[in-house]
Design a protein around this ligand. Structure first.
Ligand code: PRP
Length: 204
């Protein structure tokens, strides 16, 4: 049995579609169930940001999660394959017509990704106070909670509709297949088989 942690939402659906194509079977969670067992796999439906935690502690052998989340967690995990789904960018953003005043001795940045934020600005020798939020990050500069934000952009609609602009792209992200190190050695053949099946499928 291989346990797979999937992030609730579109990435889980797209990953289950890939499993469906590989095994010519239907993989789908029933209603509000958080565990699905099928064809020798146990799928766990978890919060996006929690996928690395499940895999790191070996509650799941493998998982699918965005590079942005992996870069934020900095956990010792094996990155097996870029699946090319769930594409987005991590950006620095600020209000249109206002921007971030970098002449200030310290700038305030609202984000749900404090590590990525601190790493990015410290590489530029810019002093930053991070304001940790859990969602609706785009609101922060509008009510002067912060000078700017570090957040995910997919379509760009949220930033546009809230009168924000992208100042800088910190990284391009997409979903990766990851593995726990011990699981990888204990279940190496099965995991490598799955990796090559995924690879063949996404190259089509
Ligand atoms: C993410 C992100 C942006 C939005 C970007 O939020 O934090 O708010 O999606 O998408 P867009 O560029 O297509 O508009 P999410 O949906 O995860 O909600 P949250 O911020 O409340 O966590």
């Amino acid at each position: 049995m291989i346990t797979v942690a999937l992030p609730k939402g579109r990435i889980a659906d797209e990953t289950l579609d890939l499993f469906g194509k590989i095994f010519q079977e239907n993989f789908s969670f029933q209603d509000r169930k958080l565990i699905l067992e099928h064809m020798g796999f146990r799928f766990l439906l978890v919060r996006n940001q929690d996928v690395p935690t499940y895999v790191y502690h070996q509650a799941a052998d493998i998982g699918v999660v965005g590079r942005d989340v992996l870069e934020e967690h900095e956990l010792d995990l094996i990155w097996l394959l870029n699946l090319g789904i769930g594409k987005c960018k991590v950006v620095v953003g600020s209000s249109v017509g206002k921007g971030i005043d970098y002449r200030k001795p310290r700038i305030k940045i609202a984000t749900k990704m404090p590590r990525i934020t601190i790493r990015h600005f410290s590489q530029k020798a810019i002093a930053v106070d991070v304001i940790k939020l859990y969602g609706s990050i785009e609101l922060a500069p509008l009510v002067e909670l912060s000078d700017g934000i570090v957040d995910i952009v997919q379509t760009g609609a949220t930033m546009k509709q809230n009168n924000l602009k992208v100042d800088e792209v910190i990284m391009d992200s997409s979903a990766y297949l990851i593995a726990n190190k011990n699981s990888f050695y204990a279940k190496k053949q099965a995991i490598l088989d799955l990796q090559s099946q995924f690879q063949a499928l996404i190259q089509q």
